[in-house]
Design a protein. Structure first.
Length: 244
């Protein structure tokens, strides 16, 4: 049977939730005091996020495993008839994808907080605690930060679409390795959100959770990891359609 919109909604919640649980979890492992992985470094974070995508894609198979609004927008711009087998492209289905992704990201971040609660209670600067949940620029320059997010997300969505055009046996592993590569190559300037839900859902969680000494949720920057990935995803979808 073709998946219903409820199936899509639940699938995207679970997949995006697992992505954020493992992604925020690896950042917490590296940044939070007394973690056994403390100071594990940038590449550990890259691989953690990549494997989070790996798990999320397997978990969200019913919905086509978008787990990212930029992917949904990229497919929409690409002119596809279905988001996944049996899931037609409509306003309703698009909103269901967005809602599932945002809720899943929020819940995954909450679970990561619970897993590391005693470590969040340790003395640490507020920026590092926020960094577990949301991205932030190494050098704050909104225009250039936006460009970085557009470029990184373009690479992600364009290659994901091409995966669909060039069947292979790697499946979710290919997407995971792509995310590791983007993080290692393009993640330094902004922390590579490349996914609006991945940043917004956890940022909301940071604002709501009782995190000791958490400080600001940096809402002045929050638009960058939303707008940049959506633009990058749309450009990727349009270009993939043009060269098909």
């Amino acid at each position: 049977m073709d998946p219903s919109l409820l199936d899509v909604f639940i699938s995207e919640i679970i997949g995006t939730g697992l992505l954020l649980l493992l992604g925020a979890g690896v950042v917490a492992t590296v940044l939070l005091p007394k973690s056994k992985g403390f100071n594990g470094g940038w590449l550990l974070i890259n691989f953690g996020w990549g494997l989070g995508v790996f798990a999320g894609v397997f978990a969200a198979w019913k919905s086509g495993a978008h787990i990212n609004p930029a992917v949904t927008v990229g497919l929409l711009a690409n002119g596809v008839d279905e988001y996944a087998t049996g899931v037609s492209v409509t306003v309703a289905s698009t909103l269901v994808y967005f809602a599932g992704q945002l809720i899943g990201a929020f819940l995954g971040a909450v679970l990561a907080f619970l897993a590391f609660k005693p470590h969040f209670d340790e003395e640490l600067d507020a920026a590092s605690k926020l960094g577990v949940f949301a991205t932030g620029p190494a050098i704050r320059s909104y225009g250039w930060n936006l460009v970085t997010e557009i470029i990184g997300t373009f690479v992600l969505v364009y290659i994901v679409i091409q995966f669909g055009n060039t069947p292979n046996e790697l499946g979710p592993l290919a997407v995971a390795l792509l995310v590791v590569g983007i993080g290692a190559s393009l993640g330094g300037p902004t922390g590579y959100a490349i996914n609006p839900a991945r940043d917004l859902g956890p940022r909301i969680a940071h604002a709501l959770l009782p995190i000791k000494g958490k400080g600001s949720s940096d809402w002045s920057y929050a638009w960058v990891p939303i707008v940049g990935p959506l633009i990058g995803g749309a450009i990727a979808g349009l270009l993939a359609a043009a060269v098909a």
